[in-house]
Design a protein around this ligand. Structure first.
Ligand code: CIZ
Ligand code: SF4
Length: 366
């Protein structure tokens, strides 16, 4: 065994093909000690090496149920944090590239959320009237904030159920960091747009009046996903002129206007399910990350299905894209040497409160 880590520089110039062969060999050497998780938004060169595929929640549960000592999460930072929080203490969560973050998750941070909570407390009794809900796309300390204030976490698959749970506890919800998921879900639960106000974290009192806060059902953090914001209603209109038979599916991180024009709204798992189960020879226009859409098209084209990316300009999640075969190989060959690089370890006090918020979510689905 070597005592110091193999440096990433040694991997930077390897071809994808060379990485492929060596990844397979390293995986074989590690056997059941290592599990590789691949998020739906990962690029093909990495995705094909995964043992499990799915959305962030499904993958974290797969990780917790796996026996493996090492959980290599091919996704972004918050996902590896969730895997660390939900897995056993003897399991180690690893993120192949530490720079793989999520621009939406970064739009909220603990200081800004605490400031928001304190400002809201000047207007209403926050503890008795607001349930804080964070989208899973958020840092562990924000999940801990929700745990501390008897709030919870949601994913794009379970947002409605989680909002219903939250309203059964308290009359209002503070929802962060994605305004669109909150608004699109709330609207489909029958909450009027006027009762969902946007908290601009750059403005005093979120840029709202005390009346707006008192009247609101949901206070939406002004965050968004840079990938899903590229989809526009006119993309749908233009496409339908050419192919009127098309069915449109939008991820709930897309804007309200795009979701209004869609036939279906759903998380990555839902999008995959709807298109896979659809009649043969159908056409689909999909508003979510490019790698998922391209793979779905390849998978379904033999059934005569055509799956199109909604935007005319190609836009993929640049942080998801950072995980390349070179980084994956670097992680695995170090593990073969008994060396852990890029461990994600959430500090215990944060992990405990964050787990409480995650358990509040998971308890709704048993
Ligand atoms: O939860 C996930 O994995 C994300 C980020 C989106 C989705 O719809 O699955
Ligand atoms: Fe974050 Fe958007 Fe990338 Fe998902 S697609 S990881 S929300 S930046």
């Amino acid at each position: 065994m070597t005592s110091s880590a193999l440096p990433i520089q040694d991997y930077a110039l390897l071809s994808d093909e060379e990485c492929d062969v060596r990844i397979v060999a390293a995986k074989a050497a590690l056997g059941s000690r290592c599990v590789i998780l691949g998020h739906h938004y990962q690029r093909d060169e990495v995705f094909k090496h995964a043992d499990f595929w799915g959305d962030s929640l499904k993958l974290s549960r797969d990780a917790a149920e796996a026996d493996a000592e090492y959980i290599v999460f091919c996704g972004v930072h918050f996902m590896a944090e969730v895997a660390d929080i939900l897995s056993r203490p003897d399991q180690i969560a690893i993120l192949p590239d530490m720079a793989a973050g999520c621009s939406m998750a970064d739009m909220a941070n603990l200081i800004k959320v605490q400031k928001c909570w304190a400002e809201l407390a000047q207007v209403i009794d926050v503890e008795s009237s607001i349930t804080p809900v964070t989208y899973i796309n958020s840092a562990a300390d924000l999940k801990a904030f929700c745990g501390e204030h008897e709030g919870t976490v949601c994913t794009s698959s379970n947002a409605q159920k989680i909002l219903e749970w939250s309203f059964s506890k308290r009359e209002k919800v503070l929802f962060f960091p994605d305004q669109h998921l909150g608004r699109n879900t709330g609207y489909r639960m029958g909450i009027p747009l006027e009762e969902m106000v946007t908290w601009d974290f750059e403005q005093p009192l979120g840029g709202l009046t005390t009346k707006q806060i008192k009247d609101a059902k949901i206070i939406l953090w002004k965050g968004f996903c840079s990938v899903h914001q590229v989809f526009k209603p006119e993309h749908i209109d233009n496409f339908l002129v050419r192919y009127p038979e098309t069915k449109v599916i939008a991820h709930p991180e897309a804007s309200f206007e795009v979701c209004e024009k869609a036939d279906y709204i759903g998380s990555t798992e839902t999008i995959l399910k709807i298109v896979r189960n659809a009649e043969p020879n159908t056409r689909w226009l999909v508003a979510t990350e490019l790698n998922l859409v391209n793979r779905l098209h390849e998978e379904c084209k033999a059934q005569g299905k055509n799956v199109h990316f909604m935007s005319p300009t190609l836009c993929m999640c640049s942080t998801m894209f950072r995980t390349d075969p070179q980084h994956l190989l670097w992680i695995l060959e170090n593990l073969v040497q008994g060396i852990v690089v890029n461990r994600i370890l959430v500090p215990e006090t944060i992990a405990k409160q964050a787990k409480h918020a995650l358990d509040n979510m998971l308890s709704q689905f048993v």
